[in-house]
Design a protein around this ligand. Structure first.
Ligand SMILES: [Zn+2]
Length: 309
């Protein structure tokens, strides 16, 4: 039973999660560590090695039972060369050849990509975009990430950086964005922006979860708040739908929990503003696989990567 399992790793700003997945992408074992406890890159990479060892030992597996290791990272990652260009909210990761470092350390094939691209692969293979040939996935959080499936394949672009829907410019003028540009979608609906706005509107130290809860209980101000978020998102997606003509747009991430009001508004904007043919064929769906999408996508990437070598 050589190479029946994969190791999936999801490095986030808050948690570093390492999992063992079987051939059907079922998670058999996992470890989770706080990302903030690592002072530097070296200690984080050492912890990955230790977790992989722990998981193999606990499951009585050897490296020969593992097909490879897949890692999703929050930032700009070159899938082909295995280089991390930079990470959002984690310091010390400029132009790091993580693939080479980890392959030497773990003695296993290693593949890496942007975390939202892996979520997209997972939702396309097993989740909300299953069966679609053309799909766009978005995650709404501190950052707004995106991934694109075109004609049944993850679209990566010439420098493996495609899919950044959060950095679609919505206006000629506007706030500076983390990406170096300005007036990007993320500056309108990223968590930091909308949280500030919520605290102004509700005049209290409110959380976005609470605003979602109030919207479900038909609180007028909360509904208006999420409609406004949906308006910006719908405007950006109008361009995406007109250009890419996807079967489905999958929306995940914390803010997606705002549910009905947000999705309703996005649909309304699309039907009013996008081109008729594209708009009438696109479905807007919530992500299905939740927090584990990144780990599952990592294993899918490993399988495809090993098969293509
Ligand atoms: Zn931007």
């Amino acid at each position: 039973m050589t190479g029946e399992f994969c190791i999936g790793i999801d490095l986030g700003g808050t948690n570093l999660r390492i999992a063992l997945l079987d051939a059907k992408y079922k998670i058999e074992d996992r470890e989770s560590l706080s990302t903030r406890r690592f002072k530097n890159r070296r200690s984080l990479i050492a912890a990955i090695g230790k977790s992989v060892d722990n998981i193999l030992a606990r499951n009585r597996l050897k490296t020969k039972n593992i097909l490879g290791v897949g890692i999703g990272l929050p930032g700009q990652v070159d899938f082909v060369r295995g280089i991390v260009h930079s990470l959002t909210n984690i310091r010390g990761w400029r132009e790091v050849n993580l693939k080479r470092i980890l392959q030497t350390k773990l003695r296993l094939p290693v593949f890496l990509d942007n975390d939202v691209k892996l979520m997209t692969l997972a939702e396309y293979t097993l989740g909300a975009a299953r069966g679609a040939q053309n799909a766009v996935c978005l995650t709404l959080g501190t950052g707004v990430g995106g991934g694109i499936i075109l004609e049944g394949r993850l679209y990566r672009g010439c420098s493996n950086a495609a899919g950044e829907i959060g950095h679609l410019p919505l206006n000629e003028n506007g706030h500076r964005c983390n990406c170096g540009g300005f007036a990007c979608l993320e500056t309108y609906i990223g968590n930091n922006t909308i949280l500030k706005k919520a605290r102004k509107i509700f005049k209290e130290d409110i959380s976005l979860e609470e605003v979602s809860r109030r919207a479900r209980f038909r609180d007028h101000k909360a509904i208006e708040f999420w409609s406004d978020v949906g308006l910006h998102l719908g405007n950006a997606l109008t361009g995406v739908v007109n250009i890419l003509n996807p079967d489905v747009i999958v929306i995940g991430g914390g803010v997606a929990n705002a549910g009905k009001v947000l999705f309703g508004q996005v649909k309304k904007v699309l039907s009013g503003r996008a081109m008729r043919v594209q708009a009438s064929n696109v479905k807007i769906m919530p992500a299905k696989l939740g927090n584990d999408a990144g780990l599952i996508g990592a294993a899918i990437m490993v399988k495809a990567g090993v098969e293509n070598r």
